[in-house]
Design a protein around this ligand. Structure first.
Ligand SMILES: [Zn+2]
Length: 340
């Protein structure tokens, strides 16, 4: 470590738990953050400032005005430009710590790209808002032996739990199936910005232990916290379930599923279409759509308004269609305006 780096990270090096050896380990480490919303923006900023050498951010969505209340890395301009979150985060982090290598991937984590997007990370942080992706991360984690840290927040309440393959319970030991019925989401129940940063802090604390060479200090426990009604409780996670389909029987259905149905983004009156498997020329699409409605595009995404719908089409071929929760309508709009 050179003198400038030593000075930069000196307050962390002085902390006995990290020290110079721990800082060296952080500088050499690689993390993947899945989902760059309230939790993910906090993870990314904290890890970049702490000097984690390589940070991959995977997010499929774009910045909206309603994100600014809690998604720490984003600014009004990002929402006005409808910047993809991964790209906006990459741009901002380069200004926070230019010596860290940040890769912002505008993509939906799926079974077919998980190995490519997560393969070089030694730790995965959960910044997602849905169980489907968490079960996919859990399958990947157990299958590849890469730890991940689960985190979730809604309202004033949140929880965090590290999953350490072979050492602790995995997500399916604790929750064998995704929760049934309608779950409260930030879109329906609201969320306080401080609960997201508190949950993300718990996740980052474990990440710093793990990445600085102190993995044995990461306790397999569930942290539950409520910043409004009070209380923070930490309980030991249950032991590994020998009958768990994932870490017991080593079945990875979420990872093996090669194709998924179009996904409804909960509570947002929007559907994501991701059936197309090749990229799109957004400039060509902009020219084609201009006579039909209002179109705006940047290098990452194109936004097309055709009342009462709004389509945001990404260069990888995905689209988020707002104004409907009907997957049939979404698919037909996609076929009509983007093509097969
Ligand atoms: Zn398990």
């Amino acid at each position: 470590m050179d003198r400038a780096a030593w000075e930069r990270y000196s307050r962390q090096i002085l902390f006995p738990g990290i020290g110079e050896a721990g800082q060296e380990a952080l500088l050499r480490s690689a993390v993947a953050i899945v989902g760059c919303g309230a939790l993910g923006t906090f993870h990314a900023a904290a890890l970049a400032r702490a000097g984690v050498g390589r940070i991959t951010i995977i997010d499929r969505d774009y910045v909206e005005p309603s994100n600014l209340q809690r998604q720490w890395l984003f600014e009004e301009e990002d929402a006005a430009e409808a910047m993809p979150k991964a790209a906006a985060a990459e741009r901002r982090l380069a200004r926070i710590n230019s010596s860290v290598r940040v890769r912002g991937l505008v993509a939906d984590l799926t079974a077919s790209n998980a190995a490519e997007l997560l393969g070089d990370a030694s730790l995965i942080l959960d910044g997602t808002d849905n169980f489907e992706t968490r079960y996919l991360i859990n399958d990947f984690s157990v299958s590849w032996g890469v730890p991940w840290i689960y985190g979730a927040a809604v309202g004033s309440y949140g929880l965090a739990m590290p999953v350490l393959p072979d050492r602790s319970a995995c997500l399916r030991c604790v929750y064998p199936e995704p929760p049934e019925g309608v779950q409260p989401t930030c879109e329906t129940a609201g969320v306080l910005n401080v609960i997201t940063s508190l949950v993300a802090s718990c996740q980052v604390a474990d990440a710093l232990k793990f990445l600085s060479g102190n993995a044995e200090l990461v306790e397999p426990r569930i942290t539950r916290v409520d910043v409004w009604n009070g209380g923070m409780r930490q309980v030991a996670a249950p032991p590994r379930d020998p009958a768990c389909p994932t870490c017991g029987r080593r079945e990875f259905p979420y990872l093996e599923e090669s194709r998924r149905a179009p996904l409804t983004l909960c509570g947002r009156n929007a559907v994501q279409v991701h059936e197309r498997r090749r990229g799109l020329d957004l400039t060509e699409l902009q020219t084609r759509l201009a006579p039909l409605g209002e179109v705006r595009a940047n290098e990452y995404a194109l936004r097309f308004r055709i009342s009462p719908y709004e389509m945001t089409v990404f260069a990888d071929g995905r689209a988020i269609i707002k104004g409907t929760s009907d997957t049939g309508v979404a698919r037909s709009l996609y076929a009509r305006y983007v093509g097969e």
